[in-house]
Ligand binder design. Structure first.
Ligand SMILES: Nc1ncnc2c1ncn2[C@@H]1O[C@H](COP(=O)(O)OP(=O)(O)OP(=O)(O)O)[C@@H](O)[C@H]1O
Ligand SMILES: [Mg+2]
Length: 249
C-alpha cells in the first residue's frame, strides 16, 4: 500500500478559467518532486487541491489506496497530507521546544493533560529532540522563536509540520523571503527529510530545485507541459523558451 499519492484527472475552474487542467501524476513514496512554472500557472492552486483548501471541479486524489478527495483539510492532515505552516503560526515568545510540544500533544489527543505534569511527558520530549536532531537544529531547542534568524524559523515551521507525521509533504516556496545567506539551511533541511516521505516542492529558485528534486513537473496555464528528470527538463527547448529563459540554466 506504499504507492504514494495518485492524482488522476484533477480539474479546477475559477469562473470560466481552467486553473487545473486534467492533472494526472503520481508522487511515489520517497520521491522528491519539484513543481515549477510561471507566475499564475496554478501551482499553489494545485497544492490547495491536495490539502483540501479547494475542492476540485473533477478528478481523484488517492493516498496509498484510499480516496482522500472528499476529506476536509483537517482530515487530510490526519490521513497524511501536510503543507508547511506559515511562520505566523509560530508563537514567537515560546521556545522552539514549547512550540513543538503543541502539535504533538494535539496529535496524541493529550492537550487537556498539558499542565498535569511538571516534568512534561518524557516520550514527547524525546520525540521533540528527535525532530530537532533530524533537522540538525537541536541547539535551538530552548531559544525563543522570535529571536531566531528567519531561515531558522522556517526550519522550526518544518519541524512543526513533521510532528504530524505526514506521508506527503508540500513545500510551497520554502525559500521565499529567506535571505540568500540562509538559503543553504533550507536546502540542507530538505535533504535531511525522512527518506520514505513524498515531498512536493513548489519553487521558483532553480538552483534549489536542481539540488533537491529527482523529478520536475512543469506547469503552464494549469496544464502539465512536461515531466521528467532535472536533466530532461533542462534539455527541453520548449521549457527553456517558455519558462527558464536563457539566463536561468
Ligand atoms: N480563489 C481564486 N479565485 C479566482 N482565481 C484564482 C483564485 N486563486 C487563484 N486564482 C487564479 O488562478 C491562477 C493560478 O494561480 P496560482 O496562485 O495557483 O498560481 P501560482 O502558479 O501559484 O503562481 P505564483 O508562482 O505567482 O505563486 C491565477 O490566474 C490566479 O489569478
Ligand atoms: Mg503560488
Amino acid at each position: 500500500m506504499g504507492d504514494g499519492l495518485v492524482i488522476a484527472g484533477l480539474c479546477k475552474n475559477f469562473g470560466g478559467i481552467q486553473v487545473a487542467q486534467d492533472l494526472t501524476l503520481t508522487l511515489s513514496q520517497g520521491s522528491r518532486t519539484a513543481l515549477i512554472g510561471p507566475n499564475g500557472a496554478g501551482k499553489t492552486t494545485f497544492a490547495s487541491l491536495l490539502t483540501g483548501i479547494l475542492k476540485p471541479t473533477s478528478g481523484k486524489i488517492v493516498l496509498n489506496g484510499h480516496d482522500i478527495g472528499s476529506l476536509n483539510e483537517a482530515a487530510r492532515v490526519k490521513a497524511g497530507v501536510a503543507k508547511t505552516f506559515q511562520i505566523t503560526n509560530l508563537f514567537r515568545d515560546l521556545t522552539v521546544r514549547e512550540n513543538l510540544r503543541l502539535p504533538i500533544l494535539e496529535r496524541e489527543g493529550r492537550t487537556h493533560h498539558t499542565f498535569r505534569r511538571a516534568d512534561g511527558w518524557p516520550d514527547i520530549e524525546a520525540e521533540i529532540f528527535r525532530l530537532l536532531q533530524d533537522l540538525d537544529i537541536q541547539s535551538l531547542a530552548d531559544r525563543p522563536v522570535g529571536g531566531l534568524a528567519y531561515g531558522q524559523q522556517r526550519l522550526v515551521e518544518l519541524a512543526l509540520t513533521l510532528a504530524v507525521k505526514p506521508k506527503v509533504l508540500i513545500l510551497d516556496e520554502p525559500a521565499a523571503g529567506v535571505p540568500s545567506t540562509e538559503s543553504h539551511l533550507i536546502v540542507e533541511a530538505i535533504k535531511r527529510l525522512p527518506p520514505d516521505l513524498s515531498v512536493l516542492i513548489i519553487e521558483h529558485d532553480m538552483q534549489l530545485v536542481f539540488e533537491v528534486a529527482d523529478r520536475i513537473i512543469v506547469l503552464v496555464n494549469g496544464a502539465i507541459l512536461m515531466e521528467g528528470t532535472p536533466a530532461e527538463v533542462v534539455a527541453n527547448t520548449q521549457v527553456r523558451e517558455l519558462y527558464l529563459g536563457a539566463g536561468h540554466v
